[in-house]
Design a protein around this ligand. Sequence first.
Ligand code: HEC
Length: 150
Amino acid sequence: MKPPHNLVLNFVASAWLLFTMTGVHAAEPLVLQNVMKDLGKNMQTITDGVSREDWELVEKTAPLIADHPQPPMSEKMRIMGFMGSNMGKFKAYDGETHDQALAIGKAARAKDGQGIILSFQKLQTSCYNCHSEFRKPIVEHFYGKKDAAQ
Ligand code: HEC
């Protein structure tokens, strides 16, 4: 029986191996990209819900943004490896997205259209903040493209 810290070391080593191996196929889209596409769709659903005053739809959709799926650990390791000391900031933007989406859900539960709209603006700002700072460098690093637009 190995002491637990060996397990941790093994894990880090295999994650690193996975990182170097997957790095060969650098042009494969990140799982993160699919997570983002879904965030985009759910934002549209919320806009649609507000237009139709369908608070139930808004309430149901907000948690899909707040608790969006995460990329697998191997991909997180690649992203963390690239982000280095910026990772804290990256995570903070994601936390802001989480909080604002929760606020939308809360406002929808209260059928507070104005509250939803105010939180929606803050939510969009949180998406935008991360995109304007990190999207381009991440896209360039992982896809070797100069332009973030696909
Ligand atoms: C913590 C950082 C971060 C936050 C917060 C964030 N994004 Fe992103 N987003 C990214 C990165 C990085 C990419 C580029 C991913 C890629 O191309 O692999 C991206 C790309 C996208 C794309 C383009 C996907 C495609 O088809 O290429 C959409 C749409 C998107 N995000 C929507 C959103 C929405 C909506 C929110 C807020 C609800 C949001 N994002 C919040 C980092 C973030």
